[in-house]
Ligand binder design. Structure first.
Ligand code: SF4
Length: 117
């Protein structure tokens, strides 16, 4: 059976098909083929979310993984992220959680925090 994917590697969003013979078509560059091969074997995602802070005027700041993590770990990663509270000044790119779930991937801030009063 033919499988359809939308490549999310770049904004073009090519519709990529995989035939029964595993022939990959529709990708406009080689990265689309690699993306679909990974999706079919070990799908990964960049996780973007927010984390709680102690700052009343900024109760959450945005964060993300600095590399993709296995898709099946996203729920567990969210549990870890929901347990931390930022209580210090944070700059963009600061590591909030190191090596989450032993994936060698860090959770980093994508917004700075305000100064602690
Ligand atoms: S196949 Fe290539 S051009 Fe198409 S969306 Fe993926 S990365 Fe972009």
């Amino acid at each position: 059976m033919k499988k359809e994917f939308i490549c999310i590697v770049c904004p073009r969003g090519c519709h990529v098909s995989v035939g029964e013979d595993m022939n990959i078509t529709g990708n406009q560059c080689p990265r689309g083929k690699t993306y679909v091969e990974n999706e079919m074997t070990a799908p990964t995602r960049i996780l973007t979310t927010t984390v709680r802070t102690i700052f009343e005027d900024q109760p959450r700041i945005s964060c993300k993984t600095d590399n993709p993590i296995p898709k099946e770990l996203i729920f567990e990663a969210m549990k870890v992220i929901n347990h931390i509270v930022v209580d210090r000044e944070i700059s963009i790119g600061d590591i909030l959680i190191e090596n989450i779930l032993n994936t060698n991937v860090n959770i980093i801030a994508t917004k700075p925090s305000r100064k602690k009063e």
